[in-house]
Design a protein around this ligand. Structure first.
Ligand SMILES: Nc1ncnc2c1ncn2[C@@H]1O[C@H](COP(=O)(O)OP(=O)(O)OP(=O)(O)O)[C@@H](O)[C@H]1O
Ligand SMILES: [Mg+2]
Length: 347
């Protein structure tokens, strides 16, 4: 048991003084009536009385407060051992109040964080089931129709099977995205860092998305001709996903006959910045801070029309952050958007 007291003598001093004054006066009156007053006897009595009361009071009060304060400390330490200094228990109320105050503040913060996380978890589960419901019901609808007789008709059968297949594809796509996000958030997704040519990677993405872009008559292009490779360090597969997600967005939310332009610029000595710019619908300012949250979609007709679960940009952010690089967005509503991220150049 720690016994370092921070003493306060004021209380004992004042109390002793009062008791002494009272008893001395009483004694004086007593002596006056029955004997003769001797100033020295009175003085001696006063000193003895004062010293005795002082020590009794000081000791008793300190024991009394110490016991109770110790109990409070013990009770609190049970809850939270780290917040309190174990070596010193004081009878000083200011320190105790401070300690309890700090403890209460810490707890409040902790509870708030837990509440937010709980809310987030609830929302997340709600969002997941909502996103899965739509394609699942579509698939179920087509299959029931087939069972109910549509399977007899060859053209209907093929059409419905194809649609059901599309629905399943969408389900798989959502689950893959979710899987990746969960892995990133749990922190157990390892990056496979290598040196590769970013120009080639972007060219690759352009080729893969050409058909999708053609449907909306959107041109995918570089801002200039990159004749030489630009070598960067990173996880090639995941960065390809970043570029793909950004270019797909620029197509999905781009205007017909629009252009998506990608540029690679030197930023500082060992960094490049990759920009994906479109002249599509743009994003209103109020949505920008939330864009990288999972499931966040801008609830405007244009973006609702396009299928999507709002996971794309959350994944982009996770991948870029795992590389310890920066991600930027600039957008003017009705004018277009530019998403950019930095990468480390290979020396
Ligand atoms: N280039 C862009 N132009 C305009 N709006 C965009 C652009 N990129 C993203 N957005 C807006 O940001 C929202 C979130 O994008 P995100 O890529 O995370 O999800 P999504 O495209 O809706 O779905 P997913 O990518 O998971 O299929 C989109 O719903 C869209 O409203
Ligand atoms: Mg997207």
């Amino acid at each position: 048991m720690a016994k370092t007291f921070k003493r306060s003598y004021k209380f004992a001093f004042k109390s002793s003084l009062l008791i002494t004054t009272f008893l001395t006066l009483l004694m004086s009156v007593f002596l006056y009536i029955f004997y003769a007053i001797n100033i020295w006897h009175i003085l001696l009595f006063a000193i003895a009385c004062f010293v005795f009361s002082f020590f009794v009071i000081q000791y008793r009060v300190e024991r009394f407060i110490y016991k109770r304060v110790k109990k409070i400390y013990d009770d609190l330490t049970l809850l939270e051992s780290s917040s309190f200094s174990k070596t010193q228990i004081t009878t000083d109320m200011a320190t105790l109040t401070q300690d309890i105050d700090r403890y209460a503040k810490d707890k409040k913060l902790e509870i708030e964080t837990l509440k937010i996380r709980e809310q987030y978890r609830k929302e997340f589960i709600g969002n997941v089931s909502h996103e899965l419901k739509t394609p699942l019901f579509t698939v179920q609808g087509y299959i029931s129709t087939l069972i109910d007789g549509a399977a007899e008709n060859k053209t209907l059968r093929e059409k419905y099977l194809k649609r059901a297949d599309k629905g399943v594809e969408r389900l798989i796509y959502i689950i893959k995205d979710l899987d990746m996000i969960t892995k990133f958030e749990a922190g157990n997704l390892q990056l496979d860092i290598e040196s590769f040519d970013i120009v080639e990677l972007i060219q690759n993405v352009f080729e893969l998305l050409e058909m999708k872009a053609n449907k909306k008559k959107i041109t995918l292009t570089f801002d200039m001709e990159y004749k030489n490779p630009i070598m960067v360090n990173g996880d090639k597969e995941r960065l390809q996903q970043v570029v793909t997600n950004l270019v797909v967005n620029s197509i999905k939310y781009g205007e017909t006959n629009g252009t998506t332009e990608v540029s690679i610029e030197n930023l500082i000595k060992n960094k490049v910045i990759v920009r994906v710019t479109d002249n599509g619908e743009g994003i209103e300012k109020e949505h920008i801070p939330r864009l990288f949250e999972r499931f966040y979609r801008v609830d405007k007709s244009g973006s609702r029309k396009e299928g999507g679960s709002g996971l794309g940009l959350a994944i982009v952010k996770h991948i870029i952050e795992a590389h310890h690089e920066k991600l930027y967005i600039e957008s003017d509503y009705g004018v277009g958007s530019e998403f950019s991220f930095t990468l480390e150049k290979t020396k």
